[in-house]
Design a protein around this ligand. Structure first.
Ligand SMILES: Nc1ncnc2c1ncn2[C@@H]1O[C@H](COP(=O)(O)OP(=O)(O)O)[C@@H](O)[C@H]1O
Ligand SMILES: [Mg+2]
Length: 475
């Protein structure tokens, strides 16, 4: 059963220059037809990109869009109405900014820390004068996170004022501070949790990012956390999804972040590829089976092994054979002790279908450009659009995370950096050493070059020279 080679939709990978790739052909093992590749080159590349998709007769475009290209891709999607984007632009709404995550959660009544978004800084100031502290201030845009680098705790009006004066964030986005045990990352495919782990803050700290020295483990992720993640994935109509859930000291669960772009071991991306193949082939390809709590077992392996394991498959529970084996292991889950395989029918992998309506049209929901600090006059709209159209990679801070192959090599990075006056080979080495590897440095260049000043010998002035050169390179 299922579609023949000829009937299968034509697939294409959606890539962007300088952006880490979530999928490649190896994740779609067994797909019988050619999978096309279409790469967006930034800066006025919209029309060419659209033409290429049409010329290649692509039906389904697969890939994550980084925040800075999100609005452009909403436009592109409108001009390619016959093309299905996986994930859809509506599903990727939360990828763009923390503000979008919040608006998404507000709409679906999903629990989040109480959040305030101000485009009018005067009003924010009035509020900050009388509100309770501590508060958490975040940079909204650019959800490609940098391990809490743009997340700040303030304990008084004075601190909040100083921070906003210094950082110039717009909109001004802040939240009530939630004392938490830990936060939990849940990854889902077709609304089924396929991996989950705790991230705990170091002693006496509040940031749970493992890159800041915290720890992680896969054990006994609570039911209410998994249930919330499923609810969020369904609300987003997400083919695949990751959710960071804060596990509060008050026992409540709240969403911190959610997105389709996240760091995942290759075997998880294989499952996603297989899931998409299954979904698009009307059953010709096998639906992947990822048993509930597989992560507790796989998580016992060293992450260097997990990083290299590919195409992991599991058999499904079948009472007619080996029932004793499957049936033996019970787990305390929620209020009850349950057999693990029973959870597989409770947490199903659903076939997520395309939606044809636009849930988050930019005319309404692109507050960020609609309420920009310096409103664009009509004639310069195009220019402004180009200005925001600079890349930022999708990346993640967790130490177990896998870096996809970046397109930029060390030589290229070195050539670029040394082209800037005041940067020599020695400094390049220092920079790479400081951030760990080439990908990290590229991430910093995309995100915020002022982070470079962490490296000894890089002044603010030099960092801004590098930024200018980087922007020029991307033109
Ligand atoms: N409202 C909050 N109260 C307490 N801690 C928070 C709050 N929001 C975020 N944090 C902490 O800061 C970390 C980073 O915040 P997050 O929103 O995930 O930003 P990012 O990961 O993009 O830097 C979280 O993992 C969590 O440890
Ligand atoms: Mg985070």
């Amino acid at each position: 059963m299922g579609l023949s080679n000829k009937q299968l939709p034509k697939l294409g990978f959606l890539y962007l220059d300088y952006v880490l790739r979530f999928f490649d052909h190896s994740n779609f093992k067994g797909w019988p037809n050619k999978i096309e590749t279409v790469t967006y080159h930034w800066k006025n590349d919209k029309d060419r990109f659209i033409k290429e998709v049409k010329r290649k007769k692509i039906d389904v475009l697969i890939g994550n869009i980084p925040a800075t290209a999100y609005e452009t891709f909403r436009e592109i999607a409108r001009e390619l109405p016959h093309v299905r984007f996986i994930p859809s632009m509506d599903t990727q709404f939360s990828n763009k900014s923390k503000e979008n995550v919040t608006r998404f959660a507000w709409k679906y009544d999903l629990p989040i820390p109480k959040t305030y978004i101000y485009y009018k800084h005067d009003n924010a100031d009035k509020f900050l004068k009388k509100c309770k502290y501590p508060k958490i201030i975040k940079k909204s845009y650019g959800p490609s996170n940098y391990g809490g680098y743009f997340v700040h705790k303030v304990d008084s009006y004075k601190e909040a004022r100083e921070l906003f004066d210094e950082k110039k964030y717009h909109p001004q986005y802040f939240q009530d501070f939630i004392p938490m045990e830990a936060d939990i990352r849940v990854m889902l495919i077709g609304h089924k949790p396929v991996c989950a782990f705790w991230r705990r803050a170091p002693e006496g700290e509040w940031l749970t990012n493992t890159s800041q020295g915290g720890s992680m483990d896969y054990n006994d992720v609570p039911k209410n956390v998994l249930d919330l993640a499923v609810q969020v994935s369904k609300a987003a109509n997400a083919e695949y999804w990751a959710c960071d859930v804060a596990y509060g000291k008050d026992g409540k669960v709240r969403i911190l972040e959610c997105a389709t772009a996240f760091a995942a071991f290759p075997y998880i991306r294989d499952w996603i590829g297989q899931y998409i193949m299954w979904s698009l082939s009307e059953g010709r390809f096998r639906k992947p089976h990822a048993p509930m709590f597989n992560w507790e077992e796989l998580g016992k392996l060293d992450s260097s092994i997990l990083r290299t394991m590919r195409h992991i498959t599991f058999g499904e529970y079948n009472s007619s054979y080996d029932g004793a084996y499957f049936g033996k292991k019970k787990k305390l889950f929620g209020e009850n002790e349950v057999y693990l395989h029973v959870l597989d029918s409770e947490y199903k992998m659903y076939d997520v279908k395309r939606r044809w309506t636009e849930e988050w049209p930019s005319e309404i929901y692109n507050y960020q450009d609609n309420l920009a600090l310096k409103p664009a006059n009509k004639s310069s709209k195009q220019e402004i659009a180009n200005d925001k159209d600079v890349p930022s990679p999708t990346k993640d801070e967790s130490s177990e995370s896998v870096q996809d192959e970046a397109k930029i090599t060390k030589e290229e990075l070195s050539d670029f950096l040394t082209s800037v006056d005041g940067v020599g080979a020695k400094k390049v080495e220092k920079i790479v050493k400081h951030f760990g590897n080439v990908d990290e440095v590229v991430g910093v260049l995309h995100q915020n070059t002022s982070i470079l000043t962490e490296v000894k010998g890089i002044t603010k002035k030099l960092a801004s020279k590098i930024e200018k050169a980087w922007k020029k390179l991307l033109k």
